[in-house]
Design a protein around this ligand. Structure first.
Ligand SMILES: Cc1cc2nc3c(=O)[nH]c(=O)nc-3n(C[C@H](O)[C@H](O)[C@H](O)COP(=O)(O)OP(=O)(O)OC[C@H]3O[C@@H](n4cnc5c(N)ncnc54)[C@H](O)[C@@H]3O)c2cc1C
Ligand SMILES: NC(=O)c1ccc[n+]([C@@H]2O[C@H](COP(=O)([O-])OP(=O)(O)OC[C@H]3O[C@@H](n4cnc5c(N)ncnc54)[C@H](O)[C@@H]3O)[C@@H](O)[C@H]2O)c1
Length: 509
């Protein structure tokens, strides 16, 4: 049965040549031979040991167990879910939602005919709701481990050999966990900036920004990326004056340029200030406020900026401290990322790596896909991840979501293309709910109409993008999307109309 489904998948992948002719068919052919060190049979050894219980690690562990492999997951923080669940995706989305509700209540409800005398923020209650969401979800993963018979060891793991991990357990003991195959899923940590010392009170990383005890009057954010804009939005909505200092000429440099411009305007309307092409060259914490010294990125006259709290969000770096990778000879690149091949195998036989600790987008869903594919390869099955089709979402309001290539990337490839756009101002659902700021933009190959990239700015862009992700994964054309019947009235109709605009004409504009 399993062989039949593998054969079907191989025929499918080869026939479709899915990701631009490179990875899928190739990855499949790797998967036909198991490069793993084999599986445990009756011994105490594990088939798979996973170091790190984040979205990459815990998903890999569950999938490995589901594939019948004896599996142990080692996690040092005492709770599962990694950065994402404990101090990342989930708590930030909880605060984004709560702060959005406050902002709506204060600024939009009356317009909809919903009035009450006053609205105020109860910050401890907001934080408690966030903490409850995190606690429930981390416990949920422990439940999934039990259900799938994944052995869970709480402690700090380090390699003593390519098949043995010594764990300093959180209750003070030491234990050695042996595995035929070991997956490193140790994630990432905040990138520090020279001369800017994070104390998680006045100079905070995202972790501190998720747990401030008071709403800062002035918040300065260093870095206009995902974290800076999301956490800047949270505190801006709650009343902080937010200034974002960005080294590059643009916010979220990886975003489609046209959508980015509209996005920046939307954030500026929400009173977020931007200082682009600017770098922080000094920080003085001696007074009651933090004083930042700034300089144009290209050099020039220095200026100062005061803040009650400074958020350092200038990127993240792979986390491999104390793992002993050098001891077993695992190769890494200059950025400290573990180098792996198409099967997530490092240069050391039996040692694999997934998620934020390897090259690729630092996103939870990408880490999960890595985890599943990695253990499928270990089990001798077909694994599949296409980094060109990983959606990205900035969860501000409006949200910005994209999948595939930006217009700048398409241009640089020299591909002849068409663009179809549709504004939410012409979408009936968006108008009905009075939340119509945004656009859908589709890029398709001129000759074949094959979709190359989709970019959406909309209140719920993070949900809308998956129609596009599916289309891209199936090599669909814009006409394929346009000819699918979309329910009315929905925001999704804007995707259909943008698709119509790509190969022909939209109806409603
Ligand atoms: C504020 C914030 C918001 C984010 N929001 C989103 C979002 O909305 N969507 C999204 O897709 N991504 C988001 N991310 C990124 C996302 O969190 C990461 O891409 C994702 O967590 C990576 O998963 P991972 O499993 O590779 O690593 P991690 O989640 O970092 O997990 C690694 C785990 O390994 C453990 N570990 C490390 N070393 C050892 C060791 N030696 N022994 C034992 N355990 C060890 C760590 O304690 C950690 O729990 C956000 C990140 C931040 C910081
Ligand atoms: N919604 C999401 O999916 C989400 C949310 C949060 C975090 N994340 C992930 O976490 C990672 C880290 O987030 P992040 O926002 O820290 O990084 P980022 O890479 O998204 O953005 C960092 C920004 O800081 C700028 N920068 C770098 N050095 C600087 C300096 N010295 N001065 C001023 N600006 C500087 C960069 O040009 C960039 O715009 C992201 O790569 C993202 O993948 C994802």
């Amino acid at each position: 049965m399993a062989m039949a489904s593998v054969a079907r998948r191989k025929a499918y992948l080869l026939s479709r040549n899915l990701s631009g002719g490179c990875s899928d068919a190739l990855r499949y052919s790797y998967s036909l031979t198991s490069f793993s060190r084999g599986f445990a049979s009756g011994s105490d050894d594990n088939d798979v040991v996973v170091i790190g219980g984040g979205p990459g690690g815990y998903v890999a562990a569950i999938k490995a167990a589901q594939l019948g492999l004896k599996t142990t997951c080692i996690e040092k923080r005492g709770s599962l879910g990694g950065t994402c669940l404990n101090v990342g995706c989930i708590p930030s989305k909880a605060l984004l939602h709560s702060s959005h509700m406050f902002h709506e209540a204060k600024h939009s409800f009356a317009h909809h005919g919903v009035k009450f005398p006053s609205v105020e923020v109860d910050l401890p209650a907001m934080m408690a709701q966030k903490d409850k969401a995190v606690a429930n979800l981390t416990k949920g993963i422990e439940g999934l481990f039990k259900k799938n018979k994944v052995n869970y060891v709480k402690g700090y793991g380090k390699f003593v050999s390519p098949s043995e991990v010594s764990v300093d357990t959180i209750d003070g003991g030491v234990t050695v966990v042996k595995g035929k195959n070991i997956i490193v899923a140790t994630g990432s940590d905040v990138k520090s900036l020279p001369g800017v010392t994070i104390d998680e009170e006045r100079i905070v990383s995202s972790t501190g920004a998720l747990a401030l005890k008071e709403i800062p009057k002035k918040l300065v954010v260093i870095g206009a990326g995902y974290i800076g804009l999301e956490m800047g939005s949270v505190w801006g909505r709650l009343g902080s004056e937010v200034t974002v200092v960005e080294f590059a000429p643009d916010i979220v440099p990886s975003m489609d340029g046209e959508v980015r411009k509209q996005f920046q305007r939307a954030l500026e309307k929400q009173k977020m200030k931007f200082m682009l092409k600017t770098k922080v060259v000094g920080v003085d914490t001696s007074g009651n406020t933090v004083k930042l010294t700034l300089e144009p990125a290209a050099g020039g006259e220095k200026t100062t900026l005061e803040a009650d709290v400074v958020l350092v969000s200038a990127g993240r770096v792979p986390f491999t401290a104390g793992l002993g990778l050098d001891k077993i000879g695992v190769e890494m690149d200059k950025a400290g990322r573990i180098l792996v091949n198409e099967r997530f195998a490092s240069n050391v036989p039996g040692v694999y790596a997934i998620g934020d600790v390897i090259p690729g987008p630092m996103l939870a869903h990408k880490a999960e896909e890595d985890g599943v594919a990695c253990v499928e390869f270990i089990a001798g099955k077909a694994g599949h991840v296409d980094y060109d089709k990983v959606p990205g979402v900035v969860y501000t309001h409006p949200e910005v979501a994209s999948v595939g290539k930006t217009e700048e990337q398409v241009k640089s490839l020299g591909v002849a293309y068409r663009v179809g756009k549709f504004p939410f101002l012409a979408n009936s659902r968006a108008k009905a709910i009075d939340d119509a700021e945004g656009i859908v933009k589709i890029l398709a190959e001129k000759e074949t109409d094959k979709i190359l990239g989709v970019h959406i700015m909309a209140p719920n862009a993070g949900e809308l993008i998956h129609e596009a992700a599916l289309a891209l994964s199936y090599d669909a054309s814009s006409e394929d999307i346009a000819r699918v019947c979309h329910a009315h009235p929905t925001m999704s109709e804007a995707v259909k109309e943008a698709a119509m605009a790509t190969y022909d004409k939209p109806i409603h504009i």
